[in-house]
Design a protein around this ligand. Sequence first.
Ligand SMILES: C[S@@+](CC[C@H](N)C(=O)[O-])C[C@H]1O[C@@H](n2cnc3c(N)ncnc32)[C@H](O)[C@@H]1O
Length: 322
Amino acid sequence: MSDKATGFRGGRDRYSHQPVLYREVVKHIAEPERPLRLIDGTLGCGGHSSLILRSNRQAELLGIDRDGDALERAADVLAFAAGRTRLVRGAYANMKDYAAEAGWASADAVLLDIGVSSPQLDDFSRGFSFREDAPLDMRMDRRSPVTASRILNNSSFEELARIFREYGEIQRYGKLAKAIVERREERPWSSTRELAELCEKVLGRSRKGAPPAPTLCFQALRIAVNDELGELEKGLESAIDLLAPGGILAVISFHSLEDRIVKNKFRDESTECICPPGCPVCICHHKARLKVLTKKPLTAAADELVDNPRAACAKLRVAVKI
Ligand SMILES: C[S@@+](CC[C@H](N)C(=O)[O-])C[C@H]1O[C@@H](n2cnc3c(N)ncnc32)[C@H](O)[C@@H]1O
């Protein structure tokens, strides 16, 4: 497959990450060609950003990622536009600080492609995957003190149960939390394989078509380690504050917990009054700040899925700042 607008030829880039929904992202952010200050809050390998910088020669980028390895890859991928690019290691919730440091009072587009990247999943030593045995790490930012093993070894039963219920939507969350607490009395948690085996033992083999039992447990821990949902809420608020009128906010999510936060934020921010139903007069004085451009989230087309099956769960929502 080749794509005239982006020059992208499909398939994986040299860092085994293929940007999802890339045509839709380029169309909404890079077109038409104009001066554009883009904040990519989840730079990853720079896949989306490089397509935007190639499509719009007037675009400038502030690229943010928590992961030092990702930033090194992105610097390589974006070398062709080094003069238009500034990269920052940090959390996108802090994008207002990074924009101020770059001398940007506002931005014309913010892109968030949330979750883990393919290189993070495929590097078993990071502990995001249970396909190989590895330390229970799961930090996107390896400078952070909070690892998955620290959560498993130090959190109370109640806190573990909450993590599995809220972030993994695991039905038998209490049973799993109890088994984890009992096992750590013998020896501390340290291995992805041991955790995956316990999940299978406690939750049973998953039904045909459902994710394997450890998948939801690993997802829940990863979200807790990286405070992914808290970051998303703060990041959306910062992005809306920073965008100039007419600026574009594009968010790609991979599971329903994330998409629900984006959907609700877009709904609230595109509504003039958010008083409780039945309230006779408006007391909230809320003003809409966004116009939603995607009534339903955009999903990957069939030809993209052939190249990149990981795009199957991706949902893109786009809004414009009023
Ligand atoms: C799905 S990848 C993005 C891929 C990128 N769009 C591309 O085309 O190469 C997600 C990236 O976001 C980073 N990330 C996730 N949450 C973050 C946060 N709160 N702040 C900064 N970076 C974050 C991860 O480290 C990862 O590199």
